[in-house]
Ligand binder design. Structure first.
Ligand code: SF4
Ligand code: SF4
Length: 69
């Protein structure tokens, strides 16, 4: 079965400042080797808090197809 789930996505213009990581209460974000932020789509609830705090405005939140068992 497939369903739509909201999730954050980050473009490659991320400057790895880490602000989004601190804002996410679900621990869905991390900065990979100081280079760029990554989203764990399984943890992300699509609340949009990270997008609000990103100084580079590179985070968008949208519904995506998600596979479900
Ligand atoms: S949208 Fe919400 S839950 Fe998802 S990564 Fe951003 S702050 Fe975390
Ligand atoms: S707040 Fe924005 S620029 Fe900073 S690490 Fe997160 S996505 Fe990248």
């Amino acid at each position: 079965m497939r369903s739509k789930k909201k999730s954050a996505s980050i473009s490659k213009e991320c400057v790895a400042c880490g602000c989004c990581v601190k804002s996410c209460l679900l621990g869905a974000l991390s900065v990979y080797r100081g280079m760029y932020a990554l989203v764990d789509e399984h943890k992300c609830a699509g609340c949009g808090k990270c997008a609000d705090v990103c100084p580079a405005q590179v985070i968008s939140v949208a519904a995506r197809e998600a596979a479900q068992c």
